[in-house]
Design a protein around this ligand. Structure first.
Ligand code: GLU
Length: 308
């Protein structure tokens, strides 16, 4: 098979709100990385975090992507329907002694089923239950042991990244006793099962990547290539999070008239500005121009505002 044909990328939004500008850039960026080399581009709904998932939002996100000309390959994968796969991975980790029951009630338990964004990780888990549950404690979660050595990988945009998991997060939760599997486990299992070999997403997940590489190694899964895109900020430089929906497509834009502008702005944000005659074209044509001219070395590292 032609090497370039074998790239499999993906976009994995969490349907906790409508698509916003940050996730739009992640969609366009991952689409460009995959499509520019003739690769496949898959779509997965990261809908494990049931209390935060808004049922109608998955469809809304899909409609928005279609309207913007971002067409994915194959059926949409939904994490909420893949519990058995996570169960199997969890059993394997347990059998190999890589995970242990933990009786601590900590805030990282509550947050484990969605992707941690900067500042959400809290202090590293000190390993209180590493050597066994203390007297009278009940199991609240399963944690995976982290290694002493740093995890090092080279990101296609951000360059070399190294992290000591021991210091960054400590042994981390992969399943809550009373709740869903953790994002970190689900994303690793799904990317491997879907054949994803190129993960392109926002730089807010850069610091989750070493945890995912650790799990990939423990489970004997291939490690995808990673590219973390600069983040879209609010005009004053502050964080524009998916959760606050400060700027959302359905709330702030009429896609029929503003779609082309949004795609052109996303390309510009990613260092691939389209010429004036292309910017005026329908979304698909702008994307096609982007695909043909895509140069990943021009993607800037700095976070900034999307709308100049
Ligand atoms: N669903 C995650 C989020 O929206 C992204 C997961 C990923 O790209 O690995 O933050």
């Amino acid at each position: 098979m032609d090497k370039e044909q074998s790239v499999v990328g993906r976009f994995a939004p969490s349907p906790t709100g409508p698509l916003h500008l940050g996730s739009l850039v992640a969609a366009v960026g991952s689409w460009l990385f995959a499509r520019s080399v003739g690769g496949r581009w898959l779509l997965r709904m990261d809908d494990l975090d049931i209390p935060r998932v808004v049922p109608a939002m998955a469809d809304d996100i899909l409609r928005t992507l279609e309207t913007l000309g971002l067409q994915w390959d194959g059926p949409v994968v939904r994490q909420s329907q893949r519990t058995e796969l996570y169960e199997t991975a969890c059993r394997e980790l347990r059998r190999k002694g890589y995970i242990y029951p933990c009786g601590c009630s900590r805030s990282d338990l509550a947050r484990s089923s969605s992707a941690p964004h900067p500042g959400e990780d809290g202090p590293a888990y000190p390993g209180s239950c590493r050597e066994g549950l203390k007297e009278g404690r009940v199991e609240r979660s399963l944690r995976v042991r982290v290694p002493h050595e740093e995890i090092v990988f080279t990101d296609a945009i951000m360059g070399e990244f190294r992290q000591s998991l021991l210091h960054a997060c400590g042994d981390f939760v992969i399943r809550r006793k009373d709740g869903p599997f953790a994002y970190q486990l689900a994303v690793v299992v799904d990317d491997a099962a879907m054949g994803v070999n190129q993960v392109v997403r926002g730089a807010d997940l850069l610091s989750s990547t070493p945890r995912q590489i650790h799990l990939q190694r423990l489970l004997g899964l291939p490690i995808p290539a990673y590219a973390h895109l600069p983040l879209v900020t609010a005009p004053d430089g502050s964080k524009l999070s998916k959760r606050d929906n400060a700027v959302s497509l359905v709330q702030g834009f009429d896609l029929a008239t503003a779609g082309s502008r949004l795609i052109a702005l996303s390309l510009e944000f990613l260092g691939q500005p389209a010429p004036a005659d292309v910017v005026a074209a329908p979304c698909r044509e702008i994307l096609e121009w982007g695909r043909e001219h895509f140069d990943p070395t021009r993607i800037p590292r700095q976070s900034r505002c999307l709308i100049p």
